[in-house]
Structures are given as structure tokens and as C-alpha cells.
Design a protein around this ligand. Structure first.
Ligand code: ADP
Ligand code: MG
Length: 346
């Protein structure tokens, strides 16, 4: 018997029965039948146990925020942590297999990089499904840009973009597609970029169809402008799990983050979703005519937002382009750390 079968069947027997573990055709988890999935190594059940955090060991304090899929708590587990507790009822409504959750957790735990949030473990016994990561201090880029209206100079934007490219380049090199790169998932901690929620799209978007705040297509506000044309064209009501995400759709999303950093707002600001869908789907881009930025900076945007996915650069390429950008007034003392100054920080 495959080790993973052992694992899932043991969880099935412990479960409340509310979470569908079905591996049948109704599964949303994708193309692979779990038992034949070569991505699961033989020793997987052992390594999964290593990351399994007993729910009783977690202390939950206040709610930090509520996402589409569940609630994020400040918690404690050998120190301060963030706990993403999934709404299991919502999971079962959409019969998202526990396998999908486990698979994404398995992906998540393979990551070790300075610019990526630290994955600490997961609770994987239904109805307690939770992901435990280090608690990000500082604020998200979203909070800086859209709520506090902090201004990022071109130089600061470049430093932030370089760190994002570094973290994303690492993820892609490990074969992980973020699928939800956005300013809400990028923290700034004393000038250091920390990316969160990579590879958890199926888990985090499970309740997409239920989203009361979204419009008729079920599109959460602020999500659309990160979607590459090929994703926009594939949008169907309640079918976000089947979107054709790729490394280059992550690069497109990075382009939008780059635009937000430079302009302090979302592209297609104020336009209704239908108008954005129509334009992006046809290859119309946000105009840069009123943008105060150098040609080089705008070129990066246009490349990332290329209609054809194969014309978008990859993150190593972006990183070297960003490094070559001329910096204004870089006369710093050599001992001055290349960090953001206070204005856009903490
Ligand atoms: P979203 O990313 O769409 O804002 P999430 O469910 O991922 O939704 O996050 C909900 C809230 O919890 C957000 O305010 C987010 O900034 C916060 N949050 C998520 N992960 C962490 C973390 N590791 N550390 C601190 N805060 C976090
Ligand atoms: Mg998030």
C-alpha cells in the first residue's frame, strides 16, 4: 500500500466525515489521481508527520484578519506564530479534497528563503485544518500603498522589487507557482520583503464561489488586476481552481505589484470588473502616459504585462534588469545598509 494512502485513510477514519476525501472524478485537486502521483515520495507519510502540529499545542489569540478561506489568528507555538485556520464547512461545501490541502502543505514546507514566510507546520486532522507560519511583523505592501498612502520612491521600489524577484525566483526554481502574488501577500519587515501564501491557491480560494463580497462572477475585489490575459480569458463563475496558472502568470502579477509600488494605485483603477476583463482579455493594458517614470521602468511593466506569456521575462532576468536600473542619488556612506528609509517602513 502506498504510504500516502495509509496517511489519508487514517485521517479519513479520524475525520468528522464533513471533509470530502474523494479521489473520484469530482475532485478539484487537478489532473492527478493521488495514489499515482509521482510527486509524493515514498517516505511522505513520515515527513508529513514531522510537520504535523497537534491542534492542542497551538494557542490562539486575536483574529488578525479573515480571508476567503478562513481566519488568520495571532498565535503561539514555541513563540509567536500566525495560524490560518480553514473553514472546514466551506471546504466540505465545495468538496475540496483533503489531498489538495496536504499536497499544498507538502509544497509549502519545501521552502527556505530569506524573502519567504517561514512555514512551521500544519494541523491536518479534520475538522481542524490549519497552517502555521512565522508571524510577520511590519505591514503588507497593500497597507503601505493603499491604506497609508506611503510613497515609494523609484529607488525604494527597486529595492523592494529586487527582493520580491529573489523570493519568486527561488520559488520558481523549486517548481512552485505562487498563484496569488499580490501586495496583500507581501510584508515589509524593517525593509525586508517577506512573501506569504505561495502555492496555497486551492486552499485559499476554496470559498471563492461563496464570496459574498465578490461580484456576480465571484471575483474578490482587488484580485482581477493581477490576472494575466490567459487567466482572465479562462475565468468562469465558480471555477477558479482550474485556471491555467504558470510561472509567467506570476510574472504578470509581479508587473501589477511593480505598478502599485510606482503609482500608488491599482491598474484600471475605478473601472468595473467587466471593463477590466474585456480589456485585459483583448490585450489592452493600463496606460502609462501619465506615469512619472523612466523608460526603463515602464519597459519592465510592459514586459511583465505582455499579452503572450512567452514574452514575459523570468525572475532571474527581472532581477538583473532591476539591478541595472540607474539609481538616483545613490551617494550613501558605504556602511549605510541598503534598506528602506523610515518613511515607508514600520
Ligand atoms: P489576504 O492575503 O487576502 O489579505 P489572508 O487570509 O491571507 O487574506 O490574510 C488575512 C489577514 O491576516 C491579512 O490581514 C494578512 O495581512 C494577515 N496575515 C496573513 N498571514 C500573516 C502572517 N504570516 N503574519 C502576520 N499577518 C498575517
Ligand atoms: Mg494572504
Amino acid at each position: 500500500i502506498d504510504n500516502k494512502d495509509e496517511l489519508t485513510s487514517s485521517i479519513k477514519s479520524e475525520g468528522s466525515g464533513r471533509v470530502s476525501l474523494s479521489g473520484s472524478g469530482s475532485t478539484d485537486s487537478g489532473r492527478h489521481e493521488p495514489a499515482h502521483d509521482a510527486r509524493w515520495p515514498r517516505q511522505n507519510s513520515l515527513t508529513m508527520k514531522e510537520w504535523d502540529i497537534p491542534y492542542d499545542e497551538l494557542k490562539l489569540f486575536e483574529v488578525i484578519g479573515t480571508g476567503r478561506f478562513g481566519t488568520v489568528y495571532r498565535g503561539s507555538w514555541h513563540g509567536a506564530v500566525a495560524v490560518k485556520l480553514l473553514h472546514v464547512n466551506a471546504l466540505s461545501d465545495h468538496s475540496v479534497p483533503l489531498d489538495t490541502f496536504k499536497h499544498e502543505v507538502a509544497t509549502f514546507r519545501k521552502t527556505r528563503h530569506e524573502n519567504l514566510v517561514l512555514f512551521m507546520g500544519a494541523c491536518m486532522k479534520p475538522p481542524r485544518l490549519a497552517i502555521v507560519t512565522s508571524l510577520c511583523k511590519g505591514m503588507t505592501l497593500y497597507t503601505h500603498i493603499h491604506l497609508r498612502k506611503d510613497k515609494f520612491t523609484a529607488n525604494k521600489s527597486v529595492i523592494v522589487a529586487q527582493q520580491i524577484s529573489q523570493g519568486m525566483g527561488y520559488l520558481h526554481a523549486r517548481g512552485i507557482i505562487h498563484k496569488d502574488l499580490k501586495t496583500k501577500n507581501i510584508f515589509l519587515e524593517n525593509g525586508k520583503v517577506v512573501i506569504t501564501d505561495f502555492g496555497l491557491f486551492s486552499v485559499t480560494k476554496l470559498c471563492f464561489g461563496n464570496n459574498a463580497r465578490g461580484d456576480s462572477l465571484g471575483i474578490p475585489p482587488g484580485w482581477l488586476c493581477y490576472l494575466a490575459p490567459e487567466l482572465v480569458r479562462a475565468l468562469r463563475p465558480h471555477a477558479s481552481l482550474h485556471l491555467p496558472f504558470s510561472k509567467s502568470t506570476d510574472v504578470y502579477a509581479f508587473g501589477t505589484v511593480w505598478y502599485e509600488l510606482l503609482c500608488g494605485e491599482y491598474p484600471f483603477k475605478g473601472q468595473p470588473p467587466e471593463a477590466i476583463i474585456w480589456q485585459v482579455g483583448k490585450g489592452v493594458k493600463q496606460s502609462l502616459a501619465n506615469m512619472q517614470a523612466s523608460r526603463d521602468i515602464k519597459d519592465i511593466l510592459m514586459l511583465c504585462w505582455s499579452y503572450r506569456s512567452n514574452e514575459r521575462p523570468d525572475f532571474p532576468h527581472l532581477l538583473s534588469t532591476l539591478e541595472k536600473l540607474p539609481r538616483k542619488r545613490l551617494a550613501r556612506s558605504p556602511s549605510h545598509p541598503v534598506h528602506l528609509s523610515r518613511s515607508a517602513d514600520s
